[in-house]
Design a protein around this ligand. Structure first.
Ligand code: F6P
Length: 553
């Protein structure tokens, strides 16, 4: 396979970088009044303004050339045709099939996956209807009021993020709870709030082997049985979402209450599958389908639009420009919307678990950076916390500012303040403030020349700091579907250009393996084995602290 550093465009981009790195966006805007109009794209309900980036037409041309030389158009086709692009696990990556609203056949190993996708979607719809309408009754014939999703990683973050984002669309009777942490305090806090007679537990795990999820699920089951008494009641209060039918039935959940998905759905790409059951319960089938429609719209755009007008491709390539050439090692996701406060965490898993890789598809060490560190927070809160570093720190940190055009509440004045801040931050990142401007401001405030001069360096902003503005016409199921699909495809494009596999996650395994051994040592099941001196000392400290309370110690 061809490596990135061997591609002609990779070297041309380095030359171009050297020639343009001194350019300031301020001048680019001054010289080109059409810049915003040209670096602007709308897809469905999503508008991307990418004009405040350190790019010129030539930068973009070279980046598109890079994508072509890296084989992006072919790779997109392979993904959409169900080819096994997740090579280390010998699997397709077919989240697009889950929202394939045209229902055109997509084959894996010669079998069209659409009938089973539609079948599970239909079953989810029926189940959601029963729970929402109140037809589904608990073991004492009461309606369900609380849904507790027990899952972690992709089996938690997507449903939690969507239910939070789309709260105004939620069923008024249903309270949604999410338990992911094996620290018992999270489950205990939820169990204190809910009642066994009116609670539905969804055990969500692709593998149904994840230690944290199974431990929480067993504790929830014990808690439930303590109240309900008989095992027969479980069928009314426990559902499972998994690819592993055998493990689900061994756990004791009736497989009639199991919603299946398949190994070609990656955990972090699974909210469109049965993993989205909490979303469907909360929002209803129609809204869930709308979310799928929105994602499908972005899929169609991604598959068919030329690279030059392709939103996921643009976001990905501009990201690569900073990561690989400017050495920008992190990327901020800043939603200007309280209900989107879970979005940075969701995108963090999506991007970092997908592209946090150090070898190419052929097992060779990469000769360049891969995924940046994704972090973030609601933008308005970030402004009063970490934005200082973004404006005047020493790192180049690109940021996505995400907001809704439609007002999110009818409280007068709030939305305008929010949006004014989005636009002002992006302008400030781009323009900065020159020493002359700072000096003039200080002098106008009446400071003596010497005093003003001492402050000028502190009040100067270099500017030229990149941002993307992503505006949604409104935050609704359809636009959320499009937004998440946009980030999924952005991640995929970056993975393709870097020549890595975005769909495996071997890096999470080592810690899991070691934890199994250490758990036995902590509980006294096995003697403490030789470790490094630090690990051994920590294990002994824990045992000394808890021995009298721990069985077998
Ligand atoms: O450990 C990482 C991971 O495998 C993620 O990729 C996944 O989303 C999460 O754990 C949960 O896995 P499962 O759904 O199989 O419980």
């Amino acid at each position: 396979m061809k490596h990135l550093q061997d591609l002609p465009s990779w070297r041309e981009l380095w030359k171009h970088f050297d020639a343009t790195k001194g350019l300031h966006m301020r001048e680019m805007f001054e010289q080109d009044p059409e810049r915003a109009q040209r670096y602007w794209l709308e897809v469905g309900g999503i508008t991307l303004d990418y004009s405040k980036n350190r790019i010129t037409d030539e930068t973009l041309e070279l980046l598109f050339k890079l994508a072509r030389e890296a084989g992006l158009p072919e790779r997109i086709k392979q993904m959409f045709h169900g080819e096994k692009i997740n090579e280390t696990e010998n699997r397709a990556a077919l989240h697009i099939a889950l929202r394939n609203r045209t229902n055109s056949p997509i084959e894996v190993d010669g079998e069209d996956v659409m009938p089973k996708v539609n079948h599970v979607l239909h079953r989810m719809g029926e189940f959601a209807h029963e729970v929402r309408s109140g037809e589904w009754l608990g073991y004492t014939n009461q309606v369900i009021t609380d849904v507790v999703n027990i899952g972690i990683g992709g089996s938690d973050l997507g449903p939690l993020m969507m239910c939070t984002a789309l709260k105004p669309f939620g069923h008024p009777r249903l309270r949604m709870h999410f338990v992911s942490n094996v620290d018992g305090s999270q489950l205990r806090d939820v169990l204190e709030k809910v009642h066994p007679e009116t609670t539905l537990f969804i055990i969500a795990s692709k593998t149904f082997t994840t230690q944290e999820t199974l431990t929480n699920a067993l504790t929830a089951r014990e808690w439930f049985l303590k109240h309900a008494g008989e095992e027969a009641a479980i069928a009314k209060h426990f559902a499972a979402v998994s690819t592993n039918i055998k493990a689900v039935s061994e756990f004791g959940i009736d497989t009639a209450n199991m919603f299946e998905f398949w190994d070609w759905v990656g955990g972090r790409y699974s909210l469109w599958s049965a993993i989205g059951l909490p979303i469907m319960l909360f929002l209803g089938e129609e809204n869930f389908i709308e979310m799928l429609n929105g994602a499908h719209l972005m899929d169609q755009h991604f598959a068919n639009a030329p690279l030059e007008q392709n939103m996921p491709v643009l976001l990905a390539l501009i990201g690569i420009w900073y990561i690989n050439y400017y050495g920008g090692g992190s990327h901020v996701i800043a939603p200007y919307d309280q209900h989107l406060h879970r979005l940075p965490k969701f995108i963090q898993q999506l991007d970092m678990e997908s592209n946090g890789k150090q070898v190419t598809l052929d097992g060779q060490p990469v000769a360049h950076e891969t995924a940046p560190i994704i972090w973030g927070e609601t933008g308005i809160n970030g402004q009063h916390a970490f934005f200082q570093l973004l404006h005047q720190g020493t790192h180049i940190t690109p940021i996505d500012l995400i907001a809704s055009l439609e007002k999110r509440s009818n409280l007068p004045g709030h939305h305008e303040i929010l949006l004014a801040n989005v636009f002002a931050q992006a302008e400030a990142f781009m323009r900065g403030k020159t020493p002359e401007e700072a000096r003039a401001e200080l002098t106008a405030q009446g400071l003596a020349a010497e005093e003003a001069e001492a402050l000028v360096p502190h009040k100067t902003f270099s500017g030229n700091r990149p941002s993307n503005i992503i505006l949604m016409t409104k935050i609704n199921p359809r636009n959320m579907g499009s937004l998440i699909a946009l980030y999924e495809h952005k991640t995929f494009v970056q993975g393709v250009v870097w020549g890595i596999n975005s769909f495996d996650q071997w890096g999470v395994e080592l810690g899991k393996q070691l934890a199994k051994t250490i758990l036995n040592e902590l509980t006294g099941k096995t003697a403490v084995q030789p470790h490094d001196s630090s690990t051994e000392r920590l294990i002994r400290l824990y045992r000394n602290t808890n021995c009298s309370k721990t069985e077998g110690c």
